[in-house]
Design a protein around this ligand. Structure first.
Ligand code: SAH
Length: 213
């Protein structure tokens, strides 16, 4: 598990690319500049690690495009100490970004293979989410709610109700909604039954599937 000057140089170029695409949150940019994304992919694919593209990982899933990770994280407005729930742990890259920003991270993955790989891998890099869960993200994590932020990293055909109800007052839910193409959507909870809804650009994610596998 090497992280060399070459990797660091490539990462700085990636930070420039996402900055030029409009990402402004300095904490998000710092996290991308720091996290060795090449280690989240199979070793043969080093050339792909620092281009702004999604890439296949185990279990037919993908590591999200860095710009997409940055975009979602910026919408979440993560502050140090925030309690954040991620749906779709996948490679753990987004999880690492949230940890790097000082969030207390809970993350759910429905693919057992990925859950196992990522649970072992993140601590090796020094990232310690509060809890990684093998389960179905449609249900959220009721026993640990409410969350200051909830981030869904797979394309959701609709907004799962439990995620809305597990959001703290003032909390933010960032979720790509749609079937083939998704609209990035932000919900801000202003009161028990009062949600503000904002829609952003179009993205393409692997689907949010029901039940664990
Ligand atoms: N955050 C990841 C993105 C992985 S792609 C990263 O940075 O690499 C989306 C992930 O969501 C996949 O790993 C997929 O298995 C998972 N997923 C899909 N439906 C899910 C569900 N209902 N609950 C939890 N995870 C789910």
């Amino acid at each position: 598990m090497k992280d060399t000057f070459k990797h660091k140089g490539l990462r700085q170029q990636l930070v420039e690319v996402v900055t030029n695409k409009g990402i402004k949150d300095q904490n998000v940019l710092d996290a991308i500049g720091k996290i060795p994304r090449h280690l989240f992919m199979d070793s043969g694919f080093l050339d792909h690690a620092y281009v702004d593209k999604a890439f296949p990982i185990a279990a037919d899933q993908t590591i999200s495009q860095p710009y997409t990770v940055a975009y979602q994280t910026e919408l979440l407005q993560v502050k140090e100490g925030d309690k954040v729930l991620e749906i779709g742990t996948g490679s753990g890259y987004q999880t690492a970004v949230l940890c790097e920003m000082g969030a207390k991270v809970y993350s759910i993955e429905r693919q057992l293979e990925l859950f196992k790989i990522t649970s072992k891998f993140l601590p090796k890099l020094g990232y310690r989410p509060k809890k990684l869960i093998f389960g179905d993200g449609y249900k959220g994590l009721k026993e640990l709610a409410p969350f200051d932020g909830i981030i869904v990293t797979a394309g959701a055909p609709f907004v799962p109700k439990p995620l809305m109800s597990q959001l703290a007052i003032g909390g933010r839910l960032v979720i790509p909604i749609g079937d083939d193409v998704q609209v990035m959507t932000l919900f801000i909870r202003n009161g028990p039954k009062d949600f503000e809804r904002h829609e952003f650009g179009k993205f393409r994610f692997v689907p949010l599937l029901e039940d664990k596998n």
